[in-house]
Design a protein around this ligand. Structure first.
Ligand SMILES: [Zn+2]
Length: 394
C-alpha cells in the first residue's frame, strides 16, 4: 500500500513520489502514487486538491485500499513532484478540528452526540441529538469552545489497535477491527477519526455558530471556523455599516430602527392597498353606470392583472355584465361575466386561444389568458366581442 503522508504530516505541502499506476476512464487519468499527502476525503471532510507534475488534481478518492488522483492529462514520467493546495487544506483542517471541538463541548455541556457532519466548500454543519437549542445554550457552547481555543491545547494523534481503542473512553464508537486512529484534543475530547487536523486548538482561530435548524428530534447547527468565520464577520460588518449609513444611527440602535421601518412599510402597503381598492371600486361603478352595452371591453396600460381582477369583480357585482379586460403591462386578458349569459368562458379560451398564440383557461364564468405579444391580445379581445355579437349580445 502507498505511504499516506497526510496521516503523520498534515502540514506537508510538497513531496516527491513515483507513479505506481495510471488507469484511463472516460478521458480522465486515475493515478496511484508511491506516497501521497492528498487526503482522499472521508469522515465528512472533502478530498484535497493540488498538482502532480504541474497537472491539476481534479479529485482524490480511495478504492480497494488505494488512493486515486484524478488528472485531465496522462503523466509521462515515473518520478513526479507533488504540491498540495495548502490554503484549501488548512481551511478544511480549521473547520474539521473546530467541528471536533464543537461536538466535544456539546457532549460535555448537554450530553448530546453528533450524529452527522456536512462539510462543504462554503457551508459547514453538524446534526446533534438535541430537539431544541435556545439562544442561551448556543452562547454557552460558543463561549466554552472558544475558551478551549484561547488555551491553545495540543491536538494529538494516537494509532492503536481496535482492542486498545475499546478500552479508551471515546466520544464516538471506534471501528471493531484493524487500526484505530484517535484524535485527542487535550483535556476535552478523544474521538476516532481519519481526517486531517491542526496541531493546536489555537490554529482553529474561532468557532462561531451562524444558524440552527430543527430537524425532527435533532438540531442542525451551522458554524464557521478560522478564516471562514473572519470572512463571515467582514461580510456582516459591511451589512451593519451599510445599515448604519442608511439610517444614520449607531450600531446598537439600527436593528430597532430597521424593525420600525419595516412595520411602517407594512402599514403603508396596507393603506395603499385599501386606497387602490376604493379607487377600483369607484372606477367599476363608473364604468357600469355609464356603459350602454352589456359588454365592457377595455385594455389598461396602468393596471396590473391583479388590479384587473379586482376591477372585474366590482363590475360584475354591480350588474349583469360581460367583461373583456386586459392588462397591457402583464399581457393578460380576463374574460368573465355575472353568470346569466350562457357563455362558457373557460371553454371559449381553451378552444380559441391557441390561434392567437395565447395560453390560459378557467371556469364557466371566469377565465384568463396570457400572450407573448400585445397585438395578439388586442386581436383576441376583438374576436371575443365578435363572437358575443354573433350570439346577439351587444
Ligand atoms: Zn477528525
Amino acid at each position: 500500500m502507498e505511504q499516506r503522508l497526510y496521516c503523520d504530516s498534515p502540514y506537508l505541502e510538497e513531496w516527491q513520489a513515483e507513479v505506481e499506476s495510471i488507469v484511463e476512464k472516460g478521458g480522465r487519468y486515475h493515478v496511484v502514487l508511491s506516497r501521497t499527502a492528498f487526503y482522499p476525503g472521508g469522515g465528512g471532510q472533502p478530498s484535497d486538491r493540488g498538482t502532480i507534475d504541474g497537472l491539476a488534481v481534479e479529485d482524490v478518492y480511495e478504492q480497494d485500499g488505494h488512493i486515486y488522483h484524478v488528472l485531465g492529462k496522462p503523466i509521462e514520467k515515473k518520478a513526479v513532484a507533488c504540491r498540495l493546495d495548502f490554503s484549501r487544506r488548512f481551511d478544511l483542517m480549521q473547520q474539521h478540528t473546530g467541528q471536533h471541538l464543537l461536538s466535544a463541548v456539546l457532549y460535555r455541556l448537554y450530553g448530546c452526540k453528533t450524529s452527522s457532519l456536512h462539510m462543504g466548500e462554503d457551508e459547514l454543519s453538524i446534526d446533534v441529538e438535541l430537539p431544541e437549542m435556545s439562544g442561551e445554550m448556543l452562547i454557552a457552547v460558543e463561549d466554552m469552545a472558544n475558551e478551549y481555543i484561547y488555551r491553545d491545547l495540543p491536538v494529538v494523534i494516537h494509532c492503536v489497535t481496535a482492542e486498545e481503542a475499546s478500552k479508551i473512553e471515546l466520544r464516538k464508537a471506534p471501528p471493531k477491527e484493524g487500526k484505530v486512529r484517535i484524535v485527542e484534543i487535550t483535556s476535552i475530547d478523544r474521538s476516532p477519526c481519519c481526517g486531517t487536523h491542526v496541531k493546536r486548538t489555537g490554529e482553529i482561530g474561532i468557532v462561531k455558530i451562524v444558524k440552527t435548524e430543527k430537524r425532527g428530534n435533532e438540531t442542525r447547527v451551522y458554524f464557521k471556523c478560522g478564516k471562514r468565520a473572519l470572512k463571515d464577520y467582514q461580510l456582516k460588518q459591511d451589512i451593519v455599516t451599510g445599515l448604519v449609513r442608511l439610517y444614520r444611527m449607531s450600531e446598537s440602535d439600527v436593528l430597532a430602527k430597521a424593525e420600525a421601518a419595516f412595520s411602517q412599510l407594512k402599514n403603508v402597503q396596507k393603506e395603499l392597498a385599501e386606497m387602490k381598492d376604493r379607487a377600483l371600486r369607484a372606477e367599476a361603478t363608473g364604468l357600469a353606470s355609464s356603459s350602454k352595452s352589456r359588454i365592457i371591453e377595455k385594455a389598461y396600460s396602468d393596471k396590473s392583472f391583479a388590479d384587473i381582477i379586482i376591477l372585474a369583480k366590482y363590475i360584475i357585482e354591480s350588474g349583469d355584465f360581460i367583461v373583456i379586460l386586459g392588462s397591457i403591462p402583464d399581457k393578460r386578458l380576463l374574460f368573465a361575466h355575472s353568470g346569466k349569459f350562457g357563455i362558457n368562458c373557460g371553454q371559449t379560451l381553451k378552444e380559441h386561444l391557441p390561434a392567437f398564440k395565447g395560453k390560459g383557461g378557467g371556469k364557466d364564468n371566469w377565465a384568463n389568458g396570457g400572450f407573448n405579444a400585445l397585438d395578439d391580445m388586442e386581436r383576441f379581445s376583438a374576436f371575443l366581442r365578435d363572437e358575443l355579437s354573433k350570439k346577439g349580445i351587444t
